[in-house]
Design a protein around this ligand. Structure first.
Ligand code: GDP
Length: 296
């Protein structure tokens, strides 16, 4: 999808870049193409509407029409608005609390929560010299606890074992006590996801949130999911005060839609991007660079 989006947008961009005069007619033509490209990339309709309205406003304003190379200026507007759609840049993790800083990982099963937990652990250990503890509150899938243990070891993080016999809330409380006793800087809490949003999962994670009082609640979402991801994002956003988003699988083919809409839907900044299955496959999300990539 991103490939298509990139192809279509670069075609539009090439055409308008050379325009010596920007008129309502050629702006309308361009916007029609942009709208189609975004819809094809599975960007939510309200997002597309707002985006094109903003570009139109600016395109017909002095900034473009009065400029020496209006085509170029118009491309600049599209670029800037595309980046703005994806939220503010360079928003790192907020860890400014009395340690342990708790980071709660939320999202559907398969979104990449466990992988991202380990990636974040490695990031915090290597770049910020933090002492990191991970714990899994997924008592429904014993394999999930074992998976977190394996990847935490790869990351060089401490791992607190938990068991399917425990209640998630009890694990959370035990983890906080352990982190305090062992002078942990950051406690990363992995949680159970389901295949789709359900009320019980939401209640459980809301309870965990209340018990842990995390400084960061990160919504992990598969960028390949398109519009489905947005309904999920909305449900999590309604249940929890999300502080950030991690877009995973941006290395896949079908990206585009979720990346462009998820900030708009939740209001939370996209903080990180997952770019491979490997433990070091995490990048700070940069909307400007993403816009560069999308515009080709
Ligand atoms: P969870 O159920 O949300 O904990 O998801 P997992 O962490 O188990 O990840 C599900 C699958 O997605 C695994 O096969 C991961 O290797 C894969 N995965 C996670 N993040 C990325 C990413 O950024 N890129 C790619 N290519 N694969 C990823």
């Amino acid at each position: 999808m991103l490939n298509n989006l990139t192809q279509r947008l670069s075609r539009v961009v090439k055409t308008i870049r050379g325009e010596a005069r920007i008129t309502e007619a050629n702006v309308a033509d361009m916007l029609r193409e942009v709208r189609l490209a975004l819809l094809e990339a599975d960007v939510a309709l309200p997002v597309v509407r707002e985006f094109t309205a903003r570009v139109k406003d600016k395109a017909l304003g002095q900034e473009v029409v009065g400029s020496l190379s209006p085509g170029q200026a118009l491309v600049g507007v599209v670029h800037k608005e595309l980046a703005a759609l994806m939220g503010p840049g360079a928003v790192g993790l907020n860890l400014a609390v009395q340690p342990p800083a708790v980071v709660l990982m939320a999202g559907l099963q398969g979104a990449g929560k466990t992988t991202t937990t380990a990636k974040l652990a490695k990031w915090l250990i290597e770049r910020q010299k933090k002492k990191v503890l991970t714990v899994s509150c997924d008592v429904y899938r014993p394999a999930a606890i074992a998976q977190l243990q394996t990847v935490s070891q790869q990351a060089g993080a401490e791992f607190l074992p938990s068991s399917p016999d425990e209640k998630p809330l009890d694990i959370a409380k035990r983890a906080i006590a352990h982190a305090r006793a062992h002078h942990i800087d950051v406690l990363l809490v992995d949680t159970a996801g389901r295949l789709a949003v359900d009320a019980e999962m939401m209640r459980e994670i809301a309870d965990l949130h209340a018990a842990l009082a995390p400084i960061e609640t990160l919504f992990v979402v598969d960028a390949m999911q398109g519009q489905d991801a947005l309904a999920t994002a909305r449900a999590f956003h309604d249940a929890l005060p999300l502080t950030g988003i991690v877009l995973t699988k941006l290395d896949g083919d079908a990206r585009g839609g979720a990346a462009l809409s998820v900030h708009h839907v939740t209001g939370a900044p996209v903080k990180f991007a997952g770019v491979s299955e490997k433990i070091d496959g995490l990048e700070a999300f940069d909307p400007t660079r993403m816009a560069d990539r999308i515009l080709g």
